[in-house]
Design a protein around this ligand. Sequence first.
Ligand code: PGA
Length: 254
Amino acid sequence: MRTIVAGNWKMNTDRASAEALVSSVVKEAATFGNDVQVIIAPPFPFLAKAVEQCAGTSIVVAAQDCHQAEKGAYTGEVSAAMLKSIGVGACIVGHSERRQYFGESDALIGEKVAALLAHGITPIFCCGERKDERESGAHFDVVTEQMKGALGRFSKPELERIIIAYEPVWAIGTGLTASTEQAQEMHAHIRMLLHTHGASVSENVPVLYGGSCNPTNAAGLFAQADVNGGLIGGASLVAEQFLELIRIAGSASA
Ligand code: PGA
């Protein structure tokens, strides 16, 4: 399985810095190697330009969210069809910041996944426990519930088109990272949940780690048997760090 390095820029950058960041990554694209898939997720206003900049490379441009409806009176929202029409290839859904600040439920996230699949866009489904949930030992149950609640409705072929990102909430943007053991045991748990839908699902669905992943800790995380790469926030905003993470992913998959 290819190692995936996905950059989630969140509500950062402006037009000039987004274009500069994409262009730094594009310049190195020829060196990425076939075993690494690079995905970048700029904010909505910069997506179309990023798609243009990445044309002819293997870099996939992703959105950070979408609305579940096909179209209609949903002021301010963006549909999967719109994303498809500008060449967006993937879309993050269920990020913990969406769950926390916008009250997104697993059922709603499942609807977003369905909308994306209907338009041939790869959903990057995020799950992960909060600090209190880990401290009380509920982390496996929390992730099980999130997976079942959002993804339980999908068929085997549908599930095989999804990317999963395990992002412990306590590690996102905090500088705290899950240890390699904590990451591996949760990834193995997710793999086991996927296995209940068939061996091919657990074999084919990439499971990424996210949460303060950076060039210092990535090699250990990416080397874990069930970690297929990373969803990178802060470090994806610094071209040198993001490119270094891509190089580390290349060595991990070699
Ligand atoms: P971080 O963010 O790398 O800044 O912790 C990861 C994410 O939220 O996707």
